[in-house]
Design a protein around this ligand. Structure first.
Ligand SMILES: [Cu+2]
Length: 225
């Protein structure tokens, strides 16, 4: 009976996770693609894929009114340096914790042929409306109308309406030397890469233990009933 219940527990765990939405970062030009993801629900995961190489970008939360400024209390991937196209694209999973209001973000990088990426239109949104108040097009226009990138601060993994539990990975070990502005990132980048294998293994073990315990629990409930 216990063995028959384990698959049921697996299904339960899988359903607890939200839908995963992919957003590429600078894969073709200085853009997030799609720039505005609509229909995102609370619990869904925004999976940012840093596939633009070579490149160095961020996913940083902004308010609608200040498109290229790190929002106070907002999320921030930190600077993600991808040296060459053959590298495995770093991935950042951001879980939406409150989908009732639009979420806006931008890239704070200044290095590169286009100047500050945000001013070049490297902005994005989650659930921004197409028209009216808070429209994504208005957010992008306001960013591109700026004549200089405002001074930048570092955000955190947890933002307003969305949060991550880890920095993007795998990160290139030379992340801190990508550009002078790299030093203003979260600072957790260089240490993440060497420990990723161990961390992944630990996480998997924890997951398997959790599934086994859930199966035991369900088995006990059925036996008691
Ligand atoms: Cu960028």
């Amino acid at each position: 009976m216990l063995f028959a219940l384990v698959p049921l527990a697996l299904v339960t765990v899988a359903n607890a996770q939200g839908f995963v939405w992919n957003v590429t970062v600078a894969q073709s030009g200085f853009v997030f693609d799609p720039p505005n993801t609509e229909g995102v629900a609370t619990g869904d995961i925004m999976q940012f894929i840093f596939s633009g190489a070579p490149g160095n970008h961020t996913v940083s939360q902004a308010s609608f009114d200040a498109p290229c400024v790190q929002m106070a209390g907002g999320f921030d991937s930190g600077y993600v340096f991808v040296p060459q196209a053959s590298d495995t694209p770093p991935i950042w999973n951001l879980t939406v914790t409150n989908a009732s209001a639009p979420i806006y973000f931008y890239c704070k990088q200044t290095a590169g042929p286009v100047g500050p990426h945000c001013l070049a239109g490297m902005v994005g949104a989650i659930n921004a409306p197409d028209n009216g108040t808070g429209a994504f097009s208005s957010f992008m226009s306001a960013a591109m109308a700026l004549t200089a990138l405002p001074s930048q601060t570092a955000g955190a993994l947890t933002g307003v309406g969305a949060m991550a539990t880890a920095s993007p990975s795998p990160l290139a070990s030379a992340a801190a030397s990508g550009s002078p502005s790299s030093a203003t990132g979260t600072g957790s980048g260089t240490a993440a890469a060497p420990s990723s294998t161990t961390a992944g293994a630990t996480k998997k073990t924890g997951f398997q233990t959790g599934v086994a315990m859930l199966g035991l629990l369900l088995g006990a409930v059925v036996v008691l009933a």
